[in-house]
Ligand binder design. Structure first.
Ligand code: CP3
Length: 355
């Protein structure tokens, strides 16, 4: 495998010195880019795009052609695992993801197996291999998965949800059923992420988009515990380098100490916590990723630069251990030029912090 030309993202995650703060954007490949919409049109639909290694690689690289980003992220989705478990993933225009066979009872959970990453999910590994080839060592490739809790919300609700009543009913009325499901998901995620690492992913991230809807007790029992199991089961070194793992619980700012205690390398932050408080609380234990509100990208260039400066100042002058990012995915109606202003501002304004 070729040497990395820009390893700033990996170095910052391991709290090693860097020349400037690395930056990437959650959902950096996607509908806000006209070239993405064109390639998706060629593929036909979103899942066909995920299943075509050449086209998945093409859309992964599109944002890197526009902006000097410090990492690429695999183009795929977190719902590939439940789809491979036989739940029948489909997307209805304007309504987000749906499952034709959601989990409704214990028998449903007992029926599902652990998908083979080089079997039903081989298309994901093929995309990883293709992207690594096409990247030619420019920047590292991030692999990812959903957290067991977040995957379970979609599997039990049958799609996106606002109140999470079905999964919370299972959690309070039939906790053993939910634990059985979460345990199967944790085992599936371990195999899936390790296969991504073997296929060429140089860092991995776990998206716990819905952990923040839980009480602190339930977060520990139903979400964090399974992410901890995943961290324990991951390959941590490959090809002579450490493979850093980032855990991101949206709305999880109250639980940073517990998240850091899993042994992850970095914590992803949304925008509802001040990064200076987060830094004070985790100290040197883990690196931090984040945490600009994605809606700032609707503003004028000067306002975007001001927000970047504030967050850099909040992280402070310890110089390293910060990966700049948005606190959640980029909105689909953001002008692409504004994303460029953001990326350039991070590189330019962070230089004084790295002397
Ligand atoms: O650029 C990247 O960040 C990599 C690709 C990526 C996608 N989904 C592509 C995608 C990643 C990392 C994800 C993760 C994902 N998927 C999460 C966790 C992160 C988060 O946003 O909280 C979740 C909860 C999902 C589930 C999912 N997939 C939803 C809710 C939707 C519909 C909402 C939407 O934005 O349309 C998807 C579809 C999806 N995943 C799209 C993309 C680019 C849009 C599909 C399209 O092209 O129409």
């Amino acid at each position: 495998m070729s040497e990395l030309k820009n390893d700033c993202y990996l170095r910052a995650l391991l709290k090693q010195p860097v020349d400037c703060t690395p930056v990437w954007m959650m959902r950096q490949a996607g509908r806000y880019l006209p070239e993405y919409r064109a390639t998706r049109g060629v593929a036909g639909d979103f899942m066909s795009l995920c299943k075509n290694a050449e086209l998945a690689s093409e859309v992964t690289l599109q944002p890197l052609k526009r902006f000097p980003l410090d990492a690429a992220i695999l183009f795929s989705d977190i719902l590939t695992i439940p789809d491979a478990m036989g739940l029948g993933l489909y997307f209805e225009a304007g309504e987000g993801p749906k499952f034709s066979h959601p989990i409704t009872c214990k028998a449903d959970v007992e029926r599902i197996g652990i998908p083979d990453p080089e079997g039903e999910l081989q298309y994901v590994m093929n995309a990883v291999r293709q992207i690594r080839h096409d990247l030619q060592g420019e920047v590292p490739l991030i692999g990812f998965s959903g957290s067991p809790w977040t995957l379970a919300t979609y599997m039990v609700e049958g799609g996106s949800s606002k109140a999470f009543t079905k999964i919370k009913k299972m959690m309070y009325a039939e906790p053993q059923t939910l634990h059985l499901l979460l345990d199967k998901l944790a085992d599936s995620v371990i195999e899936y992420l390790n296969a991504q690492i073997k296929a060429g992913a140089q860092a991995v991230m776990v998206f716990d988009t819905w952990g923040g809807v839980l009480t602190p007790r339930d977060y520990n029992e139903f979400s964090l515990r399974y992410m901890h199991k995943i961290v324990d089961g991951l390959i941590r070194e490959n090809d002579g380098r450490r493979v850093p793992v980032t855990l991101f619980t949206k709305n999880g700012g109250m639980w940073l100490e517990q998240i850091a205690a899993t042994g992850c390398d970095a914590i992803g932050l949304d925008w509802t916590i001040d990064i200076s408080d987060a830094k004070r609380r985790v100290g040197d234990k883990v690196a931090l990723q984040g945490n600009m509100d994605p809606s700032v990208l609707y503003a004028q260039p000067e306002r975007i630069r001001q927000e970047v400066a504030t967050i850099l100042e909040g992280f402070g002058d310890t110089g390293t251990g910060h990966v700049f990012n948005l606190g959640h995915g980029i909105h689909l109606d953001v002008p692409p030029e504004n994303a460029g202003v953001f990326v350039d501002a991070v590189h330019e304004l962070s230089k004084p912090y790295h002397k």
